[in-house]
Design a protein around this ligand. Structure first.
Ligand SMILES: Nc1nc2c(ncn2[C@@H]2O[C@H](COP(=O)(O)OP(=O)(O)O)[C@@H](O)[C@H]2O)c(=O)[nH]1
Ligand SMILES: [Mg+2]
Length: 375
């Protein structure tokens, strides 16, 4: 812009004072206003589309903790295309020997309980202690709404700027099964990249809690005082999945209520079977806003890890989870193979019609469909 041209580009004719009629001159220098930088356009090199990495480059980059490659490797693993799938699986196969060295923590609770705020508080606390923290979200609802409830990076502004942390929003396409597979693989990729604390955020929607429980070592249920137990999923048995209950927002006027809620939950927990063999689930309070109780809950998680590792239950759970994972992938594969089967597709509409109108019993319909599929 010429320095003499101190007028706006456009003003209505006969404009009064309500319109700007002059423009202040800009700061000398570069586009960011840093003096001394000439604002001449730097001739741009012709940049080709980002070259696709080779399997070796993905593996080496992830193992070196290169955040850029890590992000790309997760994208590869999450991809739905067949070409990417095969490559992603090869990358994963080579990374597997470098995985497992972390504590995987699932965090659930109703929307608004403060999960994201808590994760940021805990994450920052752990980074300061020298941990490398990866945050993932599992939000099957995002596959329906196309907008992630949980992928709100903005809420974790400080943590997302910390180079010791890595935040990955929920994969946003596919079935719950697909989201689950991707999340499990993302956990492994992050572990291979050296992250030793994996925080997985989920929301109390549908099966997401059981799903996340099936991929973590420690499952934390975040509660708020006075929100109504029913609303918070107590009746749905979520409490029985948890290794700790954490009443969040124990600050200000809410502190007394939070403490009494904790006592109530502790009484209720007496009657429940523990989620983890040899561990007693208890209720605690914290404030993700002022940080009170964050260190204490980390201590609980560390004690858990120590005790459960010593008893062998830690390893046993992981082995069981790996097998569950294998069979859930088998199921996913079989389901897709069945529903994509051309022969099955050709008779499905007729059979469905016959079943709903009572002309053939469901059991017979199953036999016909399976026969077509296997034949
Ligand atoms: N007073 C108070 N407010 C909190 C606390 N933790 C979260 N919040 C607030 O609760 C709201 C929901 O938090 P958010 O982390 O987005 O909840 P999420 O939906 O469970 O992820 C936000 O306005 C937070 O600022 C806390 O410990 N104390
Ligand atoms: Mg959230």
């Amino acid at each position: 812009m010429s320095r003499k041209h101190h007028k706006p580009d456009w003003v209505p004719e006969n404009a009064g004072k309500e319109f700007t009629t002059s423009v202040m001159s800009g700061v000398e220098g570069g586009h960011d206003g840093i003096p001394g930088q000439a604002s001449v356009a730097v001739p741009r090199k012709h940049t080709p589309r980002r070259r696709r990495l080779t399997v070796d480059e993905y593996v080496a980059g992830v193992l070196a903790g290169d955040r850029n490659v890590l992000g790309q490797a997760i994208t590869l693993v999450e991809s739905n295309s067949q070409a990417h799938f095969d490559m992603g699986q090869e990358v994963l196969r080579q990374l597997i020997p470098h995985t497992g060295n972390s504590i995987r923590i699932g965090i659930t609770g109703v929307p608004g309980a403060g999960k994201s705020t808590f994760i940021e508080a805990l994450g920052l606390h752990l980074c300061e202690q020298g941990h490398k923290v990866a945050v993932l979200a599992v939000d099957p609802s995002s596959t329906v709404t196309r907008g992630s409830i949980l992928g709100d990076k903005t809420r974790m502004e400080l943590l997302s700027r910390d180079l010791r942390a890595f935040i990955r929003p929920s994969p946003s396409s596919g079935t719950l099964g697909g989201v689950t597979r991707k999340s499990r693989e993302t956990i492994l990729v992050c572990e291979a990249a050296g992250f030793d604390v994996i925080l997985v955020e989920t929301v109390g929607v549908g099966q997401s809690e059981t799903t996340v429980r099936s991929m973590v070592d420690f499952f934390l249920l975040l509660m708020i005082a006075g929100a109504g137990d029913e609303l918070q999923g107590i009746k749905k048995g979520i409490m029985e999945l948890a290794d700790a209950l954490l009443v969040n927002k124990a600050d200000g006027d809410n502190k007394i209520r939070a403490n009494s809620a904790r006592a109530d939950y502790n009484r209720a927990l007496h009657y429940l079977a523990p989620a983890t063999e040899g561990w007693r689930t208890k209720a605690y309070t914290c404030s993700s806003l002022n940080g009170e109780g964050i260190d204490a809950i980390w201590k609980v998680i560390s004690d858990f890890r120590q005790q459960i590792t010593a008893s062998g239950a830690f390893e046993k759970r992981r082995q069981r989870q790996t097998l569950d994972w294998v069979y859930s992938m088998v199921e996913e594969h079989l389901r897709a193979s069945f529903f994509n089967h051309a022969g099955v597709g050709s008779i499905r509409a007729d059979i469905e019609e016959a079943v709903v109108n009572g002309r053939i019993p469901p059991t017979v319909a199953v036999q016909m469909l399976i026969k077509k599929y296997e034949g």
